[in-house]
Design a protein around this ligand. Structure first.
Ligand SMILES: C[S@@+](CC[C@H](N)C(=O)[O-])C[C@H]1O[C@@H](n2cnc3c(N)ncnc32)[C@H](O)[C@@H]1O
Length: 253
């Protein structure tokens, strides 16, 4: 059932989604529908996380990925200040807002902050300030910093550009976004802050790890249970930000 706040009402920790599966739904290929669309629809209809997201009131199955990541690395503390890049439609922000208490639903806990950014619009979510902008546009980073009004504890990125179908091009496009997100995080994170970003398997991922290792005490890859097994996505997890170097210039990192 959808919670009126637009937030999930059951923050199930580490439910695998297994056991929620009903009978397999088969979709007939309809005239005018491409085979790939038919397969996508069939996968959606049979995906236990898609079903769970509907029941839990989350805006998408992606919510369970950040839930799984936080259950493992425990960085979404109450009162934390979080920047969520590629936030639409808002599944990650729902989980984050609940865990850092940015909506203030729990008056006994510290109140956090969630700033979401996406080039697509996002429906209002309590406890989340949203910026509709391309992260690579001039002014995007300043817009986030203005709302943040101080340092962030976590910068998380689920940004993924629309795919062109050309593997090498798609890989480079997401790497450009993640690299920009890394340098942004160096600019805004508080000491001991955390950076998390989605990447896809491919050559340039190790270059990003090399950058992260310079600024964070611990870096690793993680594939959450909610990430589809047949997807090449994985997440870069960088914890223990060492602090912004005095000579760091985001325009010339
Ligand atoms: C997988 S979705 C994010 C899902 C989101 N984490 C959630 O839980 O609802 C990827 C998002 O990245 C956004 N995106 C892609 N390129 C972007 C860019 N250059 N700037 C901002 N957002 C971008 C897309 O618009 C899309 O909404």
């Amino acid at each position: 059932m959808v919670n009126k706040r637009g937030s999930g009402n059951r923050d199930r920790r580490q439910s695998s989604g297994r056991g929620e599966r009903g009978l397999t739904v088969r979709v007939k290929t309809a005239r005018g529908r491409k085979m790939s669309s038919t397969l996508w629809l069939q996968r959606q209809l049979n995906d236990p996380y898609v079903k769970m997201a509907k029941l839990d009131g989350y805006r998408g199955r992606a919510a369970y990925k950040i839930r799984d990541i936080d259950d493992r690395f425990n960085f979404l503390r109450q009162g934390a200040r979080v920047v969520d890049l590629g936030a639409a439609p808002g599944g990650w922000s729902q989980i984050v807002a609940d865990r850092v208490n940015s909506h203030g639903n729990d008056p006994k806990k510290k109140i956090g902050k969630v700033i979401g950014l996406d080039l697509q619009p996002m429906e209002h979510l309590d406890g989340c300030q949203f910026i509709e902008m391309d992260f690579l546009d001039e002014g995007a980073e300043d817009a986030v910093k203005e709302l943040l009004d101080g340092e962030a504890d976590c910068v998380i990125s689920d940004m993924a550009p629309f795919t062109t179908g050309h593997k090498a091009t798609d890989h480079l496009r997401i790497m450009t976004l993640v690299e920009a997100a890394i340098y942004f995080s160096i600019d805004v994170l508080a000491k001991d802050g955390v950076f998390i970003a989605k990447v896809f398997e491919g050559g340039a991922t190790s270059d990003l790890m090399t950058i992260l290792k310079k600024y964070f005490t611990k870096t690793q890859h993680f594939k959450p249970g909610a990430s589809r097994k047949d997807s090449s996505e994985k997440f870069l997890i960088a914890t223990g930000f060492k602090g912004k170097p005095a000579d760091f210039d985001i325009n010339n990192p």
